[in-house]
Each structure stands twice: as C-alpha cells, then as structure tokens.
Design a protein around this ligand. Structure first.
Ligand SMILES: *[C@@H]1O[C@H](CO)[C@@H](O)[C@H](O)[C@H]1NC(C)=O
Ligand SMILES: *[C@@H]1O[C@H](CO)[C@@H](O)[C@H](O)[C@H]1NC(C)=O
Ligand SMILES: *[C@@H]1O[C@H](CO)[C@@H](O)[C@H](O)[C@H]1NC(C)=O
Ligand SMILES: *[C@@H]1O[C@H](CO)[C@@H](O)[C@H](O)[C@H]1NC(C)=O
Ligand SMILES: *[C@@H]1O[C@H](CO)[C@@H](O)[C@H](O)[C@H]1NC(C)=O
Ligand SMILES: *[C@@H]1O[C@H](CO)[C@@H](O)[C@H](O)[C@H]1NC(C)=O
Ligand SMILES: *[C@@H]1O[C@H](CO)[C@@H](O)[C@H](O)[C@H]1NC(C)=O
Ligand SMILES: *[C@@H]1O[C@H](CO)[C@@H](O)[C@H](O)[C@H]1NC(C)=O
Ligand SMILES: *[C@@H]1O[C@H](CO)[C@@H](O)[C@H](O)[C@H]1NC(C)=O
Length: 455
C-alpha cells in the first residue's frame, strides 16, 4: 500500500527538527516523496477548451467535484494538457494533484464577474486594500490536506494588467485576488511551475502547516503595483527553495495578521526555511517581514540568497498598534547587487485596518542575525529605526561587507541595540554594544532548532 503524501511529509518534518548545532538540518532538507496518484483525468474530458477564449470555470469545478470521490482511494490527478485554459476562480479538493503539462497555461479571466467575492480573512478584519470583502483567488484550497500543484513548467498567468490599472485608478470595488491561496490547509506542495502577472500575490498560504514551494519561477513587471511573490501568512513549517522571483513589490513577504484582528486571531508564522532563491523586487523588499505581523513571526532561517536590482534587500517592518513580535531570525549567505537599501528595520511602517487599533500594542523586534553578506552598488547600508517605547534589540551583523556609493549615508540607527563584527562600512555605535562576544549575544541556529525541538 502506498503511504499518503500527508504522512510522508509529516515524518519528514519531524525528522528535520534535530538539535545539531550550526550544522543542523533545516525543514527543507527532508522532502516529501510524491507518489503518482492512482487515478488521473484530463480537463478536456470535462468539456474544457484550450483556445484562450472559452471560459472553463465550470469544467474545472466539475472535474474537481468528480475527483473528490477518489480522496479515499489514494487521491487523483487533474491533468491540464498544452493549451490556453481561461478560467475564473475555482476550488481544489484534498488528495489532489493539479498537473500542468509543458505548454499548458491556466489564464485568469480579466472579467471581475468571473471571480467570486468572499469574506475577509479573520486575522485582517477587512480586505487588505479596501474595507470589506475581497475577491477569491484564482485557485483556492480551504480546509484541505495533501494537495499538490505542479507540472512540467506549465504556467499560471493571472493576466493582471487590468487589476493593476483598476488599483492605480482607485476603481476596484474589492481587494484584488491572488493566484493561489490555501486557507487552513496542510501538506501542500507547489512546484515546477511558472507564475506570471498575478493581480496581487502569487502564492498565499494562510493558517497552513507543512507547505513546500520548490523550483518555481515568478514574474510580474517592475511597475506592477504591490504585486508580491510568496506570502507565508500565519503558517508554520514552510519551506521555499530553488526558486526565482522578479516582481513589482516584495518577492517573499512573511506576515501574520493586522493589528487588533491579528492579535485576536493569534496565529504566528513560525518554522520557516528559505534557501537557494534569486530575488528581485523593484519597489519593495526581496525578503520582507511584516508590516502585518500581529500574530508574531519567529524561527525563520534564510540562506543562500541572491538579490539584485531591488529597492531593498531585507526589511523588517512594523508600527505601533501591531503588537506581536519578529524574533529568532537568522539570515546568512546573502549576495546583494544594485540595491538602494541593503537592510531595513523600521518601526513606523504600514497603515491600520481601522481606528479601533490599540496604539499601545507595541511590537517586539529582537534576536535577528544577519551574517556572511556581500553587496555591491548599495546606496544605504542599513536603516534601523526602532520604536522609542520598544527598541529593537539583539540585532547582530556578522561578516557583512557592502560596497556603498561614495555619497551614501551608510547606516542610520535609532532605538536599536545590537552587536556587529567584521562589518564594512563601519556600522553605527548602536550596533557596537560592548557585550562579551558575539556567540553569547547573537541569535544562532542552535537556539532556533533548540526551540523547535521543544515544540
Ligand atoms: C469554494 O469554496 C468556498 C469555501 O472556501 C465555498 O464557499 C464555495 O461555495 C466553493 N465554490 C464552489 C464552486 O464549490
Ligand atoms: C524544475 O522544474 C522544471 C520544469 O519546470 C524541470 O524540468 C526541472 O527538472 C525541475 N528541477 C528540479 C530540480 O526539480
Ligand atoms: C518555463 O516556462 C517559461 C515560460 O513559458 C520559460 O520562460 C522558461 O524558460 C521555462 N523554464 C524551463 C526550465 O523550461
Ligand atoms: C465596480 O462597481 C461598479 C458599480 O457596480 C461597476 O460599474 C464597476 O465596473 C466595478 N468595477 C470593477 C473594477 O469591477
Ligand atoms: C519537479 O520535477 C522534477 C523533474 O520532473 C521531478 O523530479 C521532481 O520530483 C518534481 N518536484 C516536485 C516537488 O514536484
Ligand atoms: C547601481 O544600482 C542602482 C539601483 O540601486 C542602479 O540604478 C544603477 O544602475 C546601478 N549601477 C551600476 C553601475 O550597476
Ligand atoms: C564571510 O562571508 C563570506 C561570504 O559572504 C564567506 O565566504 C566567508 O567564509 C565568511 N567568513 C567567515 C569567517 O565566516
Ligand atoms: C529611515 O527610516 C525612517 C523611519 O521610516 C525614515 O524616517 C528615514 O527617512 C529613513 N532614512 C533613510 C536614510 O532612509
Ligand atoms: C564567548 O562567550 C562564551 C559564553 O559566554 C564563552 O564560552 C566563550 O569562551 C567566549 N568566546 C570568546 C572568544 O571570548
């Protein structure tokens, strides 16, 4: 009998969490084994037409409804052959593989009436762009387990230009949709695909566990407004690896809810491993934490990252009223090229969902280590501007070498306490605290895996 993907993934994740010092293996080191599903049907068997014009929403819904009946028989695959398959939003089901053949393109409809409108997420209390409801994503999973969206480099193209124009001209009626969203789901894999022109986010796991995003390519034009690559949101055990993202705003953005709604929902983003990624974000940050982080963000390990032609490299964003925390973050092996601001930790970034937020809900930002970083053509090395009532603490910079443009201000620091060693250009005095030595003050992998082992 074949072991279900879910079980394999769970075993893999338990295996990955071991205390082994700096050499400790991360979440991504143990992959789930993906078995072929015993049943497969093609979308064309459900009347779909791949001419780029025929609307295939019903075909997708009917095919997936049919495949539901295989959930307890090892699951099933929905095969999408070469062609251009236009569709509005549809739902996935558990124990399903959606496979896009080489040359298969799922096209998002440019008619908003083909996209359902749904309630806002409870941890946000409203749509992120407009108060009230939001558009449902193109491909949705709700309360699912064991779902794989993959292919032989098939494409999911959101045809987002109309959404970007409506966003810019303030003519949207609801917050923009994403390409793929999983809500309250577990054992999810997204791999071997190309994502193009998302209306807003590309991949949004929210309230999820055990998510693997591997070997994908994401792109949207540099001027596409506030488009984001991958957004792990109030989710745990997420691995993102071997992928490249070139996008308008943030490439990877970790979030966990917005002000009073995120504090009440109280679900952190934790145990995240990101490695071997190439990132480019024209107006935002290649890797961003927040600004919506009210459920907390912790235990994040990022390694082997190449970031180029971006506004900012790595940024921690928060503001008063968020509550929550960003802590236990280690980022190493970063190459930066042509970046306006290499690092940022900013305590006055982001708006509020409404006027019911508590201005005394102060976020905590601590235990952040940035090490083994090189950078060329950087304008500002770092802007670390904490909150006077809640300074950012134990921020460590180790072995960081940035070539900044002559006219630049290098480091800007206030309300921050940290440590640095082997850092050029010379960091600000706030980061040269005279603690005994770095290993006793800097957050390290050992702490990170020590904590996850205790879970
Ligand atoms: C899709 O799932 C949502 C729940 O997330 C449900 O409200 C909706 O009716 C489903 N749509 C279809 C066509 O099954
Ligand atoms: C990445 O995906 C492409 C198709 O998109 C495939 O040809 C290639 O083998 C995959 N690489 C890995 C390491 O899985
Ligand atoms: C995948 O498809 C995209 C878009 O069709 C193409 O640009 C890219 O070269 C392909 N990648 C691979 C590895 O085949
Ligand atoms: C917003 O709603 C108005 C009134 O129903 C409608 O005319 C308009 O086309 C809608 N805009 C979008 C982008 O759907
Ligand atoms: C990606 O594609 C490669 C090549 O076909 C395959 O070996 C690998 O298992 C796929 N990875 C995932 C996670 O689907
Ligand atoms: C330096 O980076 C900036 C973007 O921050 C870019 O506009 C400029 O072309 C780069 N210069 C060189 C010489 O690559
Ligand atoms: C410093 O970082 C570079 C990569 O940026 C790495 O090659 C080198 O080994 C590191 N040095 C030490 C002492 O860890
Ligand atoms: C640093 O961030 C603070 C807070 O957002 C901002 O006021 C300041 O202008 C920034 N400085 C630079 C040099 O970017
Ligand atoms: C650094 O501190 C640790 C624990 O406080 C101590 O064991 C170690 O010897 C110190 N290393 C150096 C180089 O001072």
């Amino acid at each position: 009998m074949k072991m279900p993907v879910a079980l394999l993934l769970l075993l893999a994740l338990i295996n990955a969490i071991r205390i082994d010092g700096e050499e400790s293996k991360g979440l991504c080191d143990s992959k789930p084994s993906l078995h072929p599903r015993p049943h497969s049907v093609s979308i064309s068997e459900f009347g779909a037409v791949g001419d780029g014009k025929t609307l295939n929403t019903l075909a997708f819904q009917n095919a997936i409804f049919y495949l539901k009946s295989f959930a307890d028989k090892g699951g099933a695959q929905l095969y999408v052959p070469p062609g251009k398959w236009l569709t509005g939003s549809f739902n996935l089901t558990s124990h399903l593989t959606l496979f896009l053949e080489k040359g298969a393109v799922i096209l998002g409809s440019q008619d908003p009436s083909h996209w359902d409108v749904v309630e806002p997420l409870p941890s946000y209390g409203r749509g992120i762009e407009l108060p009230g409801s939001r558009y449902r994503s193109l491909i949705n999973g709700y309360l699912l387990t064991d779902v794989v969206v993959t292919g032989d480099n098939g494409t999911i193209d959101g045809q987002g230009s109309v959404w970007w124009d409506w966003f810019k001209s303030h003519s949207l009626n609801y917050s923009r949709p994403h390409l793929i969203e999983f809500v309250s789901s577990e054992d999810v894999v997204v791999s071997n695909l190309t994502f193009l022109n998302a209306p807003a986010y590309n991949i949004h796991p929210v309230y999820c566990s055990n998510v693997l995003v591997e070997n994908i390519s994401v792109s949207a034009p540099p001027n596409s407004p506030e488009t984001i690559g991958i957004v792990p949101d109030s989710s745990n055990n997420v691995c993102i690896e071997d992928s490249s993202i070139a996008i308008g705003y943030d490439a990877i953005s970790l979030k966990s809810g917005w002000d009073e709604y995120g504090i009440a929902y109280d679900r952190p983003t934790t145990n995240i491993h990101i490695r071997r990624v190439h990132l480019q974000s024209s107006t935002g940050s290649a890797i961003a934490f927040g600004s919506e982080m009210s459920g907390g963000i912790s235990n994040v390990h990022v390694e082997q990252v190449h970031i180029c032609n971006s506004f900012s490299g790595i940024e921690f964003r928060t503001t008063k009223g968020r509550g929550g925390y960003i802590k236990g973050i280690i980022i190493s092996g970063v190459e930066l090229e042509n970046i306006k601001m290499a690092f940022g930790a900013i305590g006055d970034r982001g708006s509020h969902p409404d006027d019911k937020f508590d201005p005394n809900a102060l976020p905590v930002v601590e235990q952040i280590t940035l090490k083994d970083v090189t950078g060329t053509n950087i304008s500002i090395a770092g802007n670390f501007t904490g909150i006077s009532e809640s300074p950012f603490t134990s921020l460590c910079l180790l072995n960081v070498s940035l070539v900044t443009s002559a006219s630049s201000s290098s480091w800007v620091c206030s309300h921050v306490i940290g440590f640095s060693e082997s850092v050029t250009p010379e960091p600000c005095p706030e980061l040269e605290s005279s603690y005994s030595n770095s290993s006793s003050t800097c957050y390290s992998l050992f702490d990170s895996y020590g904590k996850s082992a205790a879970l």
